[in-house]
Design a binder for this molecule. Structure first.
Ligand SMILES: NC(=O)C1=CN([C@@H]2O[C@H](COP(=O)(O)OP(=O)(O)OC[C@H]3O[C@@H](n4cnc5c(N)ncnc54)[C@H](OP(=O)(O)O)[C@@H]3O)[C@@H](O)[C@H]2O)C=CC1
Ligand SMILES: O=C(CO)COP(=O)(O)O
Length: 307
């Protein structure tokens, strides 16, 4: 059945998702804060509201929507991969708190938007506590070039896509320093261990991190120059400063803010996150890429798994 979909955020990801819904014949409107139409106008008779704004815009957009009369039938979908610096909440937690009577669905996976715009095949996950809502969103986006799986662990799916951005920065450093394939495999594997450790502590399911939104997205962004987070790490390793990199970077690298939030929360909760800590220190210019590598290699020797 044809759905009316409004996509909030006309950036790289919002535009790619709009293309995917349009090819399935849905009525799609992309709204951005520069739109000539107001949110109230574009949200008339809407079925699905998908937010693809970057993390820094989420609270702003949520508050604007809270002022509008919205039917409880409307499904919210969040495709943002970040953590709120003030509260450390995930975007879906912010949406759900603001709209407790609406179903909220997380959409996340290995989805480099440029490849999707080139019509290359990809897969993703839509996760919600309300299975029927996830199934509606699955139908809106599924096609012969975009395979959509449902999942019942929205927190795990969301954290997979968010936490891997920190590891994508580290992977860019690894490649920028030309450390080789063994080092890259070690980094991504131990990076995944770190993601699982904090994610499970926060209430996500371990197995979710081994799916598309965790391992899948870690492999995509940790191995692709198309990833902005990877680019940040790569260029730091090539000697550029963060300010220089951000001046020329197209779009948002959420991993920079996520690293800060993650450091704060992991320290408060006493969770060991050695790779995240070195990425944090590198972004703060407290260590060079080579020093960060050495710090990781010279940590106390230990069993691979502690339990
Ligand atoms: N690009 C990709 O491949 C993918 C990205 N993502 C995630 O999607 C999110 C968006 O990424 P992407 O589209 O690439 O980023 P872009 O930088 O291309 O776009 C960001 C969007 O957010 C909007 N925005 C930023 N701040 C505000 C605000 N205060 N109020 C309203 N709108 C705001 C921007 O509006 P304006 O243009 O007016 O500044 C723009 O539409 C990120 O969390 C990213 O991690 C997820 C999967 C794939
Ligand atoms: O999350 C993404 C692909 O799944 C996009 O990665 P970047 O934000 O690093 O470009």
């Amino acid at each position: 059945m044809t759905k009316s979909v409004v996509i909030l955020g006309a950036g790289a990801w919002g535009s790619a998702l709009a293309t995917l819904a349009k090819i399935n014949g849905h009525k799609v409107h992309i709204w951005s804060r520069r739109d000539s139409q107001t949110l109230a106008e574009v949200l008339k008779d809407v079925d699905v509201i998908l937010s693809a704004v970057s993390m820094k815009g989420v609270r702003n957009v949520v508050s604007q929507l809270q002022c509008l009369p919205l039917s409880p039938e409307i499904i919210f979908v969040t495709a943002t991969k970040g953590l709120d610096p003030q509260t450390t909440c995930t975007p879906s937690q912010i949406w759900q708190e603001a709209f407790p009577n609406h179903p909220v669905v997380v959409l996340s996976g290995p989805n480099l938007s440029q490849e999707i715009q080139q019509e290359l095949p990809a897969a993703t996950v839509v996760a919600s506590n309300v299975v029927s809502a996830a199934e509606v969103v699955q139908l809106v986006f599924s096609s012969n070039r975009f395979r959509v799986y449902t999942n019942a662990d929205p927190l795990g799916v969301e954290l997979g896509g968010t936490l891997k951005n920190v590891m994508a920065i580290a992977a860019g450093v690894c490649d920028g320093l030309q450390l080789g394939t063994n080092a890259k495999a070690a980094l991504l594997t131990r990076g995944l261990t770190e993601m699982v450790r904090i994610g499970v502590h926060w209430g996500a399911k371990q197995e979710t991190f081994y799916g598309l939104s965790g391992l899948g997205d870690l492999l995509a962004t940790g191995n692709s120059p198309l990833s902005r987070n990877y680019q940040v790490g790569y260029q730091l390793a090539c000697g550029k400063t963060l300010t220089e990199i951000l001046t020329h970077l197209q779009g948002t690298a959420e991993g920079i803010n996520t690293t800060k939030v993650l450091m704060l929360r992991s320290k408060q909760q006493n969770i060991s996150m050695p790779i995240t800590e070195q990425v944090y220190r590198l972004l703060q210019a407290e260590v060079t890429p080579r020093q960060a590598l050495l710090e990781l290699m010279l940590r106390d020797i230990k069993p691979e798994y502690n339990d």
